[in-house]
Design a protein around this ligand. Sequence first.
Ligand code: ARG
Length: 573
Amino acid sequence: MQTLKEILSAHLRAAFQAAFPGADLSGLPLDALPAGDEAFGDYQCNGAMAAAKVLRLPPRKIAEQVAARIPADGLSARAEIAGPGFINLTLSESALARHLEAMQADPLLGIPQPGAGQTLILDYSSPNVAKPMHVAHIRSTVIGDALKRIHRALGCTVISDNHLGDWGTQFGKLIMGYRHFLDPAQFAAAPVHELERIYVLSSQKAEADPAWEDQCRAELVKLQAGDSENRALWRKFMEVSLADLARIYGRLGVSFELTRGESYYHDALPALIEKLQALGLVRESEGALVAFLDDEKLPPCIVRKSDGGYNYATTDLATVFSRVEEFRPDAIIYVTDERQQLHFRQFFAVAQKAGVRTPLRHVWFGLMRLPDGLLSTRMGNAIKLDLLLDEAEKRALEIVKTASPDMPASQQQAVARAVGIGAVKYADLSQNPQSAVTFTWEKALAMDGNSAPYLQYAHARIASVIDKHAERFPGIDFMRVPLDLDTPQARRLALRLARYPDAVRDAAEQEKPSLLADALYDLSQAYSSFYQNVPFLKADAGLRESRVRLCDLAAKVLRHGLDLLGIETPERI
Ligand code: ARG
């Protein structure tokens, strides 16, 4: 199904072409954009200004010609000219209603499928194993998971890959820590905790004592060279850490198609280096092997260190080749925090020089500030994720108990889990990813603001309207009554609903789940005003069903949209 924006933009383009046959208008921005101010209509087009240079005519003249050719029987009832040459479109209520009915009947809710036939690899979460999770990994996990769901909704085949840091320097420190500091009873009781403890001790010692640091490095080299004792320890650390990660992902409702850590590519590294050498892309410099990126105005990228070790970029290069060969993706997207921008620019440049044609994109985000006590600066912004989620569920339980004191306790718990986890995710997803976020409980759990509980509550309330209708008017199928957008509130809500498919697409194109969150919030606000000003169940038969039908679509869209953000929608709160 075509989206509102697609239909209107196609009308505009056709009208431009009909008004100026023979003119080459390709490439000009003639699209319909949601109007900033509803006083000027529902959509606007700035194309007349863009076309003025090509057509050598004043934009207002162009706009008049175009407006006169917008089909009057289409979606837009009115095309008006404003200012220097804006074309403002106002939709016809009946055409809008028919559009929504089609959306409601479509199992895809009117979401276009531009991704059909495309394969995308999404690389996100990717924490460093056996180390506490950094605050950046939670954002990567939540944003990456939402992007996966959004791209899938648009028809894409998405392969998510958790590129674990499971082969790096932390293992040298862990091995040394394990041999010297381990408390076996603690390790048996709470293995991840004990690993974190010995990791911290060992890294602190490495900072103070260069000899210790050398020993750690030597253990890492032994591990990577295949030393059987160190490999056995590594497997033990991995087993413990992966089980803990699986638990955390379970709590967050996140899953991956692949979990191929850096270790997976270890054996491919020597051949990769040979390939880069054969292509003449790298040369020796101070003992290291380096790709110079002067043409790209980037600092050199080291692919083999002077001690013979490989690094982060080497593994990422091997990973790209492996992914391209195995999956033939149409794009690979990496989700990390902003501090890695240079790394990605460098290794993308080397990959392209080495013949990778697959578009590689780095989606980066700013860091998140958390409330006191949830971050351990001693361990370098390591996040006490369980504490954050526990606290979120605890606070959510208070909200649920207040809203539904009569709900059975076990259901209250389940709802609190959905609300608490949803609140944490939404606090992150609703922000422009490229800005630094400060997390506060007040904002995350606000019942009257842009938060998950607010949207979940709106959804539950709408769902209850539909239940009540079924209860009071059994056997009356509201889906058989046409939608009638007879009030300004209904019209406004309808417009927000009709824009939903475009919001999904915008979120994917700009890799910003926040655009989807904005659309859902807008929608809930429009619903609120509809709900407060327009009677549903007390309205006359017919009108009543039409209004309940609009509620049904609102509930569907909210549920769908929150699901794309990885947020559950309990039927009751
Ligand atoms: N493990 C890395 C870190 O914690 C993130 C990996 C991101 N993905 C990648 N292919 N480089 O910083």
